[in-house]
Design a protein around this ligand. Structure first.
Ligand SMILES: Nc1nc2c(c(=O)[nH]1)N[C@H]1C(S)=C(S)[C@@H](COP(=O)(O)OP(=O)(O)OC[C@H]3O[C@@H](n4cnc5c(=O)[nH]c(N)nc54)[C@H](O)[C@@H]3O)O[C@H]1N2
Ligand SMILES: Nc1nc2c(c(=O)[nH]1)N[C@H]1C(S)=C(S)[C@@H](COP(=O)(O)OP(=O)(O)OC[C@H]3O[C@@H](n4cnc5c(=O)[nH]c(N)nc54)[C@H](O)[C@@H]3O)O[C@H]1N2
Ligand SMILES: [Mo]
Length: 814
């Protein structure tokens, strides 16, 4: 750690142009800024953009950047391929033939805006603004812009990641921890200290518990995976809870290859060990938690021996891992998407959060820090809800079964409620979709055929994307060309401090998301859009929305881009232009210091002021207030007969270096490294089922749905389990109906389902299904042909889930 301090002191800042935001290197102009999207990711690494003649030529990591310290992944390094790609959308397009015919005419921005404005005003007048659905994807650089646009321009509460059943990404972990602990915890890899690993207040995590997450490949939710690699280099031990043997599992003190979708069982058994062997933090439990007795009672019979036959993890490994967590100097929990892509989403979230709490690993050095967003950011920041009338807001489409939406903690509408509204016309028919950063047919939709059929009933659809996608091709009436990251003036926040992006090039007529929202906002609802430029809008977001009333360190967009940061304006360490970086939430034990509650009293921001092991929030939502497990809808235990014919457990969606969801499939370098979708199969299963490495196989379920991918024979997966990739389409193939760039043919989401969620309408069995596998034969009927002919693989009633093939015999275990 001392080395890092020395490194900082000795850094040749001049050689790296410290304090300069732009300079000349030979023929190139070099700009120091941040990348976010498009093409997308969750991070926001510091980049040096090399440009010449209005063209991006090269991207390098910025060694002075405090977030990534100059590291970049292959997607940033090959950015010029994306930015200068000949297939990028260059002009606004209007559909010239029928939907799906791949016939388009070039139109001007004015024509596009006029048509959209006219339609929006008419729909608002005749049907109400709630009949407009605004769709965005994951946390790319659209996270504040699109929701604000939905409220302040479209005036609809129906904003959604359409197709993505059960809010099955991040949200369950967020609301689960907010309910139980008042705040969300994030691994403390010293990212909040200006002197990073050199900080003498920080400790290297004793153990890093990597659970259902692949940090090096995904860098998910604003957390750079490499921060953990650095911790491991400094001595952190690793526990990996993952059905696959990942980089982490291969270096782990304990690898727990859990049966997909049974994590809550592992967690309950760990709680049993930690409480039963008296390894918990008595002081923390007594002073700062509520409901310990009830928790102890719930897990009293959940021994590792009880767990083993359910989760397929040897009892002694569960016991060993639990002891290590409880006795380590600290335990940092790096959890991931597998938490919510199972039906027991909230059950597993609460049990793992409880493990961290009773072992005293909340807001401790090298444990799990409670971070809020940068500045004084409000929870509903910049969403513009105030522009939607109460009557309209009350029409937000939410699941009928869930108390969670009534509490309004979830700002999004529910995707299944939207699908039902389209399919049934109840409670009202949907008139328009505005899709900005989503490619539902290839990725976010849990039933692409059904999604497409539904969208065909929606009279008017606009898609704004840098590329023509299967979704745009299939259903859009107007497609707007979106500018890439180096072509936009913007800013980002997450739970990390503000970083800014500055425009250095442009591409034909593509416009930034900010500019598109602003232009249309000014036409449709000018009173809510007082800004003239994207810079002004970003400035308003930074100064008015994030720091109402201002703070000591408030900086404008202009300042953050152009002025060197320094200790005087609150930025230290390796910080530099583009990154407003300083100590934020770097204090530990904030709960003991009265820093978490609005009333300034010590305690957590929960009704009891304590970490609620028995959760009032969960109880209020109609969710079990104590740890529980739900078996996947189809599994060896819940549907034993189906298991006989479909004897393989199918998980999937694990991230790869080359692709961000359905993006990057056009890029030659990515396709050179990763030409085809890969399904991991254990070599013993290759033998057993007569399939070969490198061969295309079908993966099929009890509903008759199937998709094909190429076999990667590997011991990364256990016998009896396979792992397939998500997000695939083939831009090189025919885009017209019925092929739609082959997106149905290799789509894992032919198997996933709408309308089937866990408690509270949360969680979906995306990573835990049953299937069989067999080789693809010449002449086999392709999924896109089945869908073109029959509509879908199986019949369904409008607004209803598919009928189950076998009633589950095991459901909730608590
Ligand atoms: N390169 C790249 N990065 C991305 C993305 C991308 O598409 N590409 N997507 C972004 C998004 S939106 C998200 S949400 C994050 C997600 O990123 P992560 O949270 O890392 O999630 P995944 O990569 O889906 O899966 C993580 C691990 O869960 C394991 N797993 C599967 N099923 C189970 C299970 O039932 N239990 C347990 N314990 N583990 C299981 C998988 O084997 C995998 O190793 O990544 C973000 N970052
Ligand atoms: N089977 C399975 N399915 C999954 C997952 C899984 O693990 N398994 N993961 C799920 C998860 S966690 C998520 S979050 C969803 C993600 O789903 P989405 O976030 O909807 O991802 P994409 O389908 O890639 O759609 C993104 C589109 O936005 C465009 N785009 C990129 N950046 C920008 C930008 O800044 N502005 C605009 N206007 N457009 C942009 C891209 O070109 C692309 O066409 O997918 C889910 N789907
Ligand atoms: Mo996600």
């Amino acid at each position: 750690m001392a080395d890092y301090k020395e490194w900082l002191d000795e850094l040749n800042r001049e050689a790296y142009h410290d304090g300069e935001w732009q300079w000349q290197e030979g023929d190139f102009t070099v700009t120091r800024t941040t990348h976010w999207s498009p093409p997308g990711c969750h991070m926001g690494c510091g980049v040096l953009l090399y440009t010449k003649d209005n063209k991006l030529v090269k991207v390098e990591g910025d060694p002075l950047n405090a977030v990534a310290n100059g590291k970049l992944c292959m997607r940033c390094l090959t950015m010029p391929e994306a930015v200068n790609h000949p297939d990028r959308l260059k002009y606004p397009l209007r559909r010239a033939g029928e939907r799906g015919e791949d016939k388009w005419e070039r139109i001007s921005w004015d024509e596009a805006y006029d048509e959209i404005t006219e339609k929006v005003l008419k729909i608002k007048e005749e049907h109400g603004s709630e009949t407009i659905v605004v769709v965005h994807g994951t946390g790319r650089n659209i996270g504040w812009q699109v929701p604000y646009f939905a409220s302040a321009c479209m005036q609809t509460p129906n904003v959604s990641t359409f197709g993505f059943t059960g809010f099955a990404c991040y949200l369950p972990r967020m609301i689960g921890t907010s309910a139980k602990q008042g705040d969300m915890f994030i691994v403390d890899a010293s990212q909040a200290h200006w002197d990073r690993y050199a900080s003498d207040r920080w400790q290297v995590p004793g153990v890093i518990l990597v659970w259902g997450n692949e940090p090096i490949k995904s860098n998910a939710d604003g957390f750079l995976g490499h921060w953990l690699v650095q911790c491991v280099q400094m001595g952190s031990k690793v526990i990996s809870v993952d059905p696959r043997l990942t980089w982490w599992g291969a270096r782990a003190a304990f690898w727990l290859p859990v049966r997909p979708g049974t994590d809550a069982v592992v967690a309950m058994a760990m709680l049993n060990v930690i409480i039963g062997e008296d390894l918990y933090d008595h002081e923390f439990v007594e002073k700062w938690t509520y409901g310990f007795e009830a928790l102890a009672e719930r897990v009293a019979d959940k021994t590792p021996e009880w767990a083993e036959p359910i989760c397929d993890v040897p009892a002694d490994r569960i016991r060993g891992a639990a002891r290590l967590i409880a006795t380590a100097s600290s335990c940092a929990c790096q959890w991931g998407l597998a938490f919510e892509q199972q039906i027991a989403a909230l059950g597993v979230t609460e049990s793992v959060a409880d493990i961290m709490a009773i072992t005293g690993n909340i807001d401790n050095p090298g444990g799990n820090a409670l971070y809020r967003c940068a500045f004084l950011i409000e929870k509903r920041y910049g969403l513009g809800d105030e522009y939607i009338s109460k009557e309209t807001y009350a029409k937000k489409l939410i699941p009928q079964t869930s108390g969670i939406n009534e509490s309004n903690i979830v700002s999004c509408a529910d995707t299944d409620a939207i699908l039902a509204a389209i399919e049934t016309g109840e409670p009202y028919p949907i008139q328009m979709f505005w899709i900005q950063s989503s490619n539902a047919l290839s990725c976010a939709s849990m039933d692409p055929a059904r999604t497409r059929a539904a969208l065909m009933k929606v009279p008017f659809i606009v898609v704004a994307d840098p590329f023509m996608t299967p979704t745009a091709q299939a259903v859009a009436d107007i497609v707007l060309p979106v500018a890439m990251s180096c072509e936009r003036n913007s800013c980002r926040t997450w739970w990390t401090p503000v970083r800014t992006m500055v425009k250095v090039t442009d591409f034909y007529e593509a416009k930034s998301d900010e500019q598109i929202c602003l232009d249309l906002g000014k036409r449709i609802m000018p009173e809510h859009w007082p800004w003239e430029t994207d810079e002004e809008w970003a400035n308003w977001y930074l100064t008015d929305q994030l720091t109402p009333g201002g703070t000591e360190y408030q900086r404008t967009w202009w300042d953050t881009v152009h002025e060197p940061s320094s200790p005087e304006n609150g930025c230290y360490g390796t910080s530099c232009n583009g990154t407003a970086y300083w100590e934020w939430d770097a204090t530990y034990d904030k709960y003991a210091k009265g820093m978490l509650r609005p009333d300034g009293q010590p305690g957590f921001n929960t009704p009891t002021g304590r970490v609620e092991l028995w959760s009032f929030g969960f109880d209020h939502w109609g969710v079990d207030p104590l740890p529980y497990h739900i078996e996947p809808p189809e599994s060896p235990l819940s549907t034993p007969n189906t298991f006989k014919e479909f004897p393989i457990i199918l998980s999937g969606g694990g991230r790869s270096f080359e692709f961000f969801h359905s993006e990057h499939r056009q890029l030659p370098t990515m396709r050179e490294f990763h030409p085809w979708p890969l399904v991991m199969v254990n070599p013993a299963d290759c033998e057993k089922y007569g399939v070969k490495d490198g061969e295309w196989i079908w993966v099929e379920n009890s509903r008759g749905a199937r998709f094909k991918q190429k076999v990667k024979a590997t011991i990364e997966v256990q016998p009896g389990r396979i792992h397939a990739e998500h997000g695939w389409w083939f831009p090189e193939q025919d885009g017209a109906e019925p092929n739609f760039y082959g997106t149905y043919d290799s789509n894992l989401n032919n198997m996933t389902e709408a309308f089937r969620t866990g408690q509270g309408g949360i969680g979906s069995a995306i990573k835990s299904m049953l299937c069989k596998i067999y080789p693809v034969q010449e002449g086999d009927v392709l999924p896109h042909d089945v869908i073109a002919e029959k509509g879908d693989f199986a019949a369904y009633e409008p607004g209803k889930p598919y009928q189950v093939v076998e009633e589950p015999v095991v459901t909730v275990i608590n």
